[in-house]
Design a protein around this ligand. Structure first.
Ligand code: FAD
Ligand code: FES
Length: 370
């Protein structure tokens, strides 16, 4: 047998084994999660100390001041407080996949149930925040929350490498580990109701903006969405956006090759769009953007020229996702994309020399952004 065949079949065997192990680990964790019965909390001191131990770990991560709590004596901590403590964002929880939606050839939305018993500890997310998705034996990677309600959250995953490929191979009923919600969210300034809100997304960057679009829609806040993609096959969420009230939402689609909507990249379409408004009207714009960094940098420059407030969601390679490893640091301010971001507003963007220019590879070395 040629050596390449040997390699291929060996790789397939080891991939299959990895998948089986990964799902067994997660199933086991899921089972354990569900063994915790909140009604026993008063009687079961063992359980309380178990939970307490988990919380010590979570608290350290979440930066709360441990000295405020008498962790040696569980009786002094009321049950409500214990549950509140469990609700920290840095606990990995096992969740079951409820649905998988194929958005394009290489993009899938994974919908998972956050509402099993233990997992009720998930904090409510806000648009712009992300989660770390853990595939045992493969990696733990950051993904924006693309949608949420009381029972389900979703992430929309573009296949670019090993872990995203593994996530895309998962089936309904499979398990993943989820840590979050992490990072900050898109902010609504006090005067946002007087603003003309514009969302500008490119490629997979439309994922957190989908979440923001639904938040704004629920609040009955009008907005414009400029959704860019390379070609019609890559234009995602078009069905979801069709369900939004057209009296509230104006959607402008664009593709690099003109195969869906206007021809051109989202930043160029935005530049053309604002030509229709007076200087006074433009000063009331508020822009939220996510997508390729070069695109966001271009949009930022346009916003600076016209004195438009902007919030941009940045991406950096992440390891810990919670402010420990420093891989996502932005020079010269040392802001961390995972803790201080991923959403940054005009004030920060102005002072970030890395923005639009440099990111770090897995070794921490600076390399140009794509
Ligand atoms: C806050 C945040 C939110 C994100 N949201 C989404 C999302 O909603 N949907 C989505 O598909 N992707 C999202 N990403 C990017 C995603 O995390 C990476 O594509 C993923 O980690 C790649 O993992 P991999 O193992 O498949 O690829 P690898 O095999 O590790 O690498 C493949 C390529 O992806 C690049 N890459 C690796 N990690 C990252 C990273 N963290 N950010 C950017 N590029 C990376 C590598 O440099 C390489 O070029 C987000 C990233 C961040 C930081
Ligand atoms: S990913 Fe480790 S500090 Fe941000």
């Amino acid at each position: 047998m040629p050596i390449t065949h040997l390699n291929d079949s060996h790789r397939k065997d080891s991939d299959d084994k990895k998948k089986i192990i990964s799902n067994e680990i997660l199933k086991d964790l899921y089972r354990k999660d569900n063994e915790i019965d909140s009604s026993n909390l008063n009687q079961n001191s063992n359980l309380i100390s178990q939970i307490k131990l988990q919380n010590v770990k979570s608290l350290k991560y979440s930066g709360e001041n441990l000295e405020n709590y008498d962790l040696k004596n569980s009786k002094t901590i009321r049950n409500e407080r214990i549950f509140e403590l469990i609700k920290t964002e840095n606990t990995i929880r096992t969740v079951k996949i409820k649905d998988i939606i194929k958005e394009s050839k290489i993009i899938k939305t994974i919908v998972f149930n956050i509402n099993n018993q233990e997992n009720q500890g998930f904090l409510k997310p806000r648009a712009g925040q992300f989660v770390m998705i853990w595939v045992p034996g493969v990696n733990e990677i950051p993904m924006s929350i693309s949608g949420y309600d009381n029972n389900y959250w979703s992430v929309t995953v573009k296949s670019v490498g090993e872990c995203t490929r593994e996530i895309q191979n998962l089936k309904i009923g499979d398990f993943i580990g989820v840590r979050g919600p992490l990072g900050n969210n898109f902010q609504y300034p006090n005067d946002y109701k007087e603003k003309k809100i514009i969302l500008i997304g490119g490629g997979i960057g439309i994922a957190p903006l989908r979440c923001l679009a639904f938040e704004l829609h629920e609040k009955n806040i009008p907005f414009v969405l400029i959704a860019g993609a390379t070609c019609s096959n890559d234009s995602i969420f078009t069905k979801d956006f069709k369900n939004l009230n057209p009296n509230l939402v104006e959607i402008v689609y664009c593709t690099d090759d003109g195969s869906y909507g206007s021809k051109g990249v989202a930043s160029e379409v935005f530049k053309d769009y604002i030509q229709n408004f007076s200087k006074d009207e433009i000063s009331r714009f508020l822009v939220y953007t996510c997508g390729p960094e070069k695109m966001m940098y271009h949009i930022f420059q346009i916003c600076e020229k016209f004195k438009i407030d902007i919030q941009a969601s940045l991406e950096r390679i992440m390891r810990c996702g919670c402010g420990i490893c420093g891989l996502c640091a932005l020079d010269p301010l040392g802001l961390l994309v995972c803790k201080d971001g991923p959403v940054f507003s005009s004030n920060d963007l102005r002072n970030l020399e890395d923005f639009g220019k440099y990111k770090r590879d897995l070794t921490g070395k600076k390399i140009p952004v794509d």
